[in-house]
Design a protein around this ligand. Structure first.
Ligand code: NAP
Length: 502
């Protein structure tokens, strides 16, 4: 049966799990979560899968971000699919291009690419029991039994609301929309923001530009990044013995979970250790005490998303680098004017101002049971049940949805666990002949109430900072317990938390 025949059947016949046919499954997004979803669904025997990808390539954030210095601060041997470990990662911390090449290779090797409808965004999703009606950017309409949103977290650039942004005459672009035609060598470059992205860029290009002006609103803590290039011999050994790849995966998983993640959810010893490491890193790499003072945050090191970067401090200490801590008054044709009245003349302006972290599947319009609109329901503070499900939105699942464990973790690993959970749900539907599964409102309310209480004890909430983790509700939108607890709780769905609809 072709995909469109299956969709036709979905409209005309009994729910898939009762009629014995394959469920038709739409996946939104061909980034790492979408790739994991296709591979695991296929492995479990669900082959009627269509992936909608808004651009012309797989890779998600790693396709989208191409800025100089782009790398991943989660170790490569863990930042990999467990079903496709790789013995020959070139570095301990991969550069963006290597991760993108890996994702494209996995998509090819596991038959994902052929499932993807490229250059097609999903614009509308409407539930008409027991199916989802989907509308795409080219105006086509399709019907699916199940929808999996794998749109990622940080994919809608946050453009700063600064007066005169459009009046700047030089090249001006967001870091996720890097303008490769714009030559920065020898230019006076300004960058707004000092998050993970800005630090990597400043570290990578300051020695090539004539002047680097870094506009810092709040200082961030930086931990050193112990980068190494793997030797050919070591990589040959790991390639020859896949069990060593698995050992390395678990080693890095435990290392990150028991150190950096533990610090965020209450481990005081780790918090102190990380604070000390960051203070030492700053002291050892910024000799000028005045500059050091302006780079010193007034909050705990793990409060904002911790930055791992060894290149930023040496770069900002160079004679052609200027750290500007006076607030931005406005942007003008010639550059940026700060509140002290000074005009910082620039040839190019980079907006390293982050992303709208409350978007998830939005701006697609998602309408659940009884015409409930997801954007209205979320109202700028997205929540979910166990980060994957929503009451009133049956058979709609999210990978990397709201309130999942994010922090300094491997999002690939989390995606894989969430996809396994979704596959278990499908298996249960099949076994029980269910038409739909949706989170119970009570389960969702209890889960989110418990999270709301627990988040108060995390360093994201108590550490004295604000960050993109906070949403409109005023609290961080993150999983407040130990990440291993989340992974364990996702092993077997507790069906008492769900409406099982016949
Ligand atoms: P970010 O962490 O949200 O940082 C945005 C920066 O822009 C902050 O310094 C912020 O200042 C500043 N900013 C925002 N609006 C501003 C305004 N109107 N005026 C002045 N400054 C403004 O964004 P990001 O650096 O792109 O990183 C986002 C996330 O992507 C990271 O937290 C991380 O999760 C991920 N990432 C990961 C890696 C990796 O290696 N795995 C690499 C890059 C990014 P405030 O601090 O004052 O808000």
């Amino acid at each position: 049966m072709t995909t469109s025949e299956a969709h036709e059947t979905a409209t005309n016949s009994a729910p898939w799990a009762q009629s014995g046919r394959q469920p038709s499954i739409a996946i939104i997004g061909a980034g790492m979560s979408g790739i994991a979803a296709v591979v695991k669904l296929q492995k479990a025997g669900y082959t009627d899968v269509t992936v909608y990808e808004k651009t012309d390539k797989v890779g998600g954030t790693w396709r989208e971000n191409t800025y100089p210095g782009l790398s991943c601060d989660v170790p490569s041997r863990w930042y990999s699919f467990y079903f496709a470990l790789k013995g020959d990662w070139p570095h301990r911390y991969s550069y963006g291009a290597d991760i993108q090449a890996y994702l494209e290779q996995v998509a090819e090797d596991f038959g994902v690419t052929q499932k993807v409808t490229f250059n097609t965004a999903v614009t509308e999703l409407t539930y008409d029991a027991p199916c989802w009606h989907l509308v795409t950017s080219d105006g086509k309409q399709e019907i699916f039994d199940v929808v999996i949103s794998a749109t990622g977290i940080l994919h809608q650039p946050n453009y700063p609301d600064i007066d005169g942004l459009d009046s700047f005459q030089g090249a001006c672009f967001h870091t996720a929309r890097w303008n490769h035609a714009s030559e920065l060598k020898g230019q006076r470059v300004g960058i707004i923001g000092t998050g993970s992205t800005a630090c990597q860029i400043v570290g990578a290009i300051t020695d090539q530009v004539s002047e680097m002006h870094v506009f810092q609103r709040t200082p961030h803590w930086l931990s050193p990044l112990p980068q190494i290039a793997y030797s050919t011999g070591w990589n040959r050994l790991l390639s020859a013995f896949p069990f060593m790849q698995r050992l390395a995966y678990h080693y890095y998983c435990r290392l990150m979970v028991h150190t950096f993640s533990a610090a965020t959810v209450g481990n005081k010893f780790m918090q102190r250790l990380i604070n000390k490491t960051c203070v030492k890193h700053l002291k050892d790499n910024v000799p000028d005490p005045a500059l050091r003072a302006r780079l010193t945050p007034a909050y705990d090191a793990t409060c904002k998303r911790l930055i791992f970067c060894s290149d930023f401090y040496p770069a900002i200490s160079r004679s052609n680098a200027h750290l500007i801590t006076d607030g931005i008054a406005q942007i003008e044709a010639e550059g940026i004017r700060t509140v002290d009245g000074k005009l910082h003349e620039l040839d190019a302006l980079i907006l390293a101002t982050g992303f709208n972290a409350a978007a998830f599947v939005l701006p697609a319009r998602v309408t659940g049971e009884n015409g409930v609109d997801l954007e209205t329901q979320w109202d700028g503070a997205p929540r979910a049940h166990r980060a994957v499900a929503l009451p009133g939105f049956p058979n709609f699942w999210m990978v990397e949805g709201p309130t999942g464990p994010v922090g300094n973790l491997s999002l690939i690993a989390i995606s894989e666990h969430q996809v396994d959970y979704i596959v278990s749900m499908l298996d249960h539907m099949k076994a029980e002949g269910l038409a739909a599964i949706a989170a119970k409102q009570t389960a969702y309310d209890d889960y989110n109430a418990a999270m709301g209480e627990a988040i108060k004890n995390t360093t994201w909430a108590t550490g004295g900072c604000t960050s993109w983790y906070f949403d409109k509700s005023g609290v961080p939108n993150l999983y407040p317990w130990k990440p291993l607890h989340y992974l364990k709780s996702m092993r077997n769905p507790d069906y008492s938390e769900y409406h099982l609809i016949k």
